[in-house]
Design a protein around this ligand. Sequence first.
Ligand SMILES: N[C@@H](CCC[C@H](N)C(=O)O)C(=O)O
Length: 364
Amino acid sequence: MEIAATTSVSVAPQPPRPSNAFSRKPHSVSSLPLASFQRKHCVGNDKLRVSASSSLDAVVAAEKISPASLLDKRETGGVLHFVKYHGLGNDFILVDNRDSSEPKITQEQAAKLCDRNFGVGADGVIFAMPGVNGTDYAMRIFNSDGSEPEMCGNGVRCFARFIAKLENLQGKHSFTIHTGAGLIVPEIQDDGQAKVDMGIPVLKAQDVPTKLPGNKGEAVIQAELVVDGVSWNVTCVSMGNPHCITFGTKGGPKLKVDDLNLSEIGPKFEHHEMFPARTNTEFVEVLSRSHLKMRVWERGAGATLACGTGACAMVVAAVLEGRANRKCTVDLPGGPLEIEWKQEDNHIYMTGPAEAVFYGRALL
Ligand SMILES: N[C@@H](CCC[C@H](N)C(=O)O)C(=O)O
């Protein structure tokens, strides 16, 4: 199949964020054999391989084939072609799924591929699909546990870079992308970073969703949540996917996020009865009104090095709690993101990097 090079991509006006466009599927993951997967830091082998390189272009050049022809190869007999990307260490397996609106692999297979010992290793699998309702593309993602979230901020930056590579686009480009959280618009900047219009945050408790009762109108802001006998102050925000943000315990000292035992406390928030769809949780330290530091426990993926939707939701929470300005640098374990919650349109804008690290073929 030929890949059509697109020289300009239109940006449609933002419609209101619809409720989840993709139905969530069960979170359980049954075991399904990933027949074999090997890592080989070499090229020229007909067997399954994963070639590692700091630059996708370098690898492609080494194989003397064009990026388009490489990425356009289709799997036959249970082989999945992919490119591994990361946004600040939040890493994803990107799949060219532009010829079908059905993901090329199941949620169970995605969970297997994401395994860091028995698979490729990733925080999720992202599918680049045909557009919906006039958008340029649609994005679906499976978390590393196989569950399907509505949106992924770091993932959508990787998605934009992946599409630019597939379509052989250079320089500044923006795309309209249909996601489970509605329309998302990333724009690749001249410096290669992606700036993403992440839409309008949702604060209404039942839409986040949280069972915590609204305490500022229908919003849950600086409310008490008892986790394992300890009272935390939390604010709940949806960026299409649910987030619970905390700056510390009730009456407790200022949170030092480096001191947290994330793998112990994270799952207790994720599976708390107040979050019927589970939740992502952001633990935040305020360094100044324009500089915040955060660690995240992600629903369906655990502790990750960065979370784009989480950084956006956290800035909204920080503004609503009167702790920060609308424009902030957010330090994550994998590096910084620039986040702005614009007064004019109520949209949140996220700017950060996305990098290809290697491509490969996995036996399913
Ligand atoms: N890492 C992502 C969020 C991915 C989805 C999340 N685990 C969920 O289940 O909601 C980001 O960068 O936003």
